[in-house]
Design a binder for this molecule. Structure first.
Ligand code: GLU
Length: 304
């Protein structure tokens, strides 16, 4: 069976089952999304691509952007990046404050909020025009000049940013945020506000499946070794405190966001994005996890 036939069949069966969980209402704009949305898009490294359902509709990718942010910071800083944060799974919720006290403001990894705030701080220090230069990096990775921030979603997040503000100030108190916390938070909210369709998201992560080369001209985004490490971090830290379960069930590196998106990659094979906004208790898309678990089971292809 082809990928296309398997995707079609699983899409239909997962859609018929009950969708269990809730929308991420802690960001007011995310509570306004139609909970029944469901889309999937797969982009193969050989250029073939296939999508189904709401795969062309843009949604808020939220924390999925933490991966491109990490990629750019790693490219700019090299190994010295790891003096500012770690690469161990946290085993705690994405917006947790508890570990930071013991770890003296050094976040466990770049894919939780504390880590992403430090990454934002690094990018502000390193880039001439952080907002513009970061967008340029994402556009180049995706081969898509239309990607932009959403002021509507950024503002909505800012209006309820008590926890992220606490995190940023707390890290600052340990000296691991070098810039003004307000500037760091503003940049972070803008990154999280980006909206992409499943097609665009799978294209934006294509370079991680393709050993660092991005479409359409095979531009090198980063070294093969750096890609290996980013994929390893996605595998161990990409799904909040459900990363172990995702590795167990799906067996692919990936990242989720509270907008209900999940992107996963199979090195040398494909990048796949799924969107369904109802989240399970750990904050991952209920249908997204279900679909991907069945997809790697049916194709008998995972990294393991
Ligand atoms: N913008 C969200 C926050 O900082 C991202 C959460 C997520 O998708 O994990 O709370």
């Amino acid at each position: 069976m082809s990928y296309q036939e398997i995707i079609e069949e699983l899409f239909t069966s997962v859609k018929q089952e009950k969708n269990i969980g809730s929308l991420a209402t802690f960001i007011p704009e995310l509570g306004n999304v139609d909970p029944g949305k469901f889309g999937i898009h797969l982009t193969q490294v050989d250029g073939l691509s296939y999508g189904i359902g709401d795969h062309e509709e843009r949604f808020s990718i939220q924390s999925i952007i933490k991966v491109p942010s990490l990629a750019l910071a790693y490219k700019l800083m090299g190994e010295s990046l790891w003096t500012r944060l770690g690469y161990e799974p946290s085993g705690n919720p994405f917006n947790s404050l508890v570990q930071l006290e013991n770890d003296h403001g050094i976040p466990k990894n770049p894919l939780i909020n504390s880590g992403a705030l430090v990454i934002s701080d690094v990018l502000i220090s390193k880039l001439n025009n952080p907002h513009e230069d970061f967008l340029e990096f994402v556009r180049k990775a995706a081969g898509n000049p239309s990607i932009s921030y959403s002021p509507r979603i950024a503002e909505s997040e800012k209006s309820a940013s008590y926890r992220n503000t606490a995190l940023c100030n707390f890290i600052k108190s340990f000296g691991n945020i070098r810039n003004n916390p307000e500037e760091v938070l503003d940049f972070y909210f803008n990154q999280c506000s980006i909206e992409l369709s499943c097609r665009e998201l799978s294209e934006a992560f294509f370079f991680l499946a393709n050993y660092g080369l991005a479409p359409p001209d095979n531009d090198r985004m980063m070294t093969v070794s750096q890609v290996k490490r980013i994929n390893a971090i996605m595998q161990t830290c990409g799904f909040y405190d459900e990363s172990g379960e995702f590795a167990f069930k799906v067996g692919l590196p990936g990242k989720s966001g509270v907008g209900g998106g999940i992107v996963a990659i199979h090195p040398g094979q494909y990048s796949i994005a799924v969107w369904s906004p109802i989240l399970n208790k750990k904050g991952n898309s209920y249908r997204g996890v279900k679909f991907l678990e069945q997809f790697t089971t049916r194709t008998e292809l995972s990294i393991f």
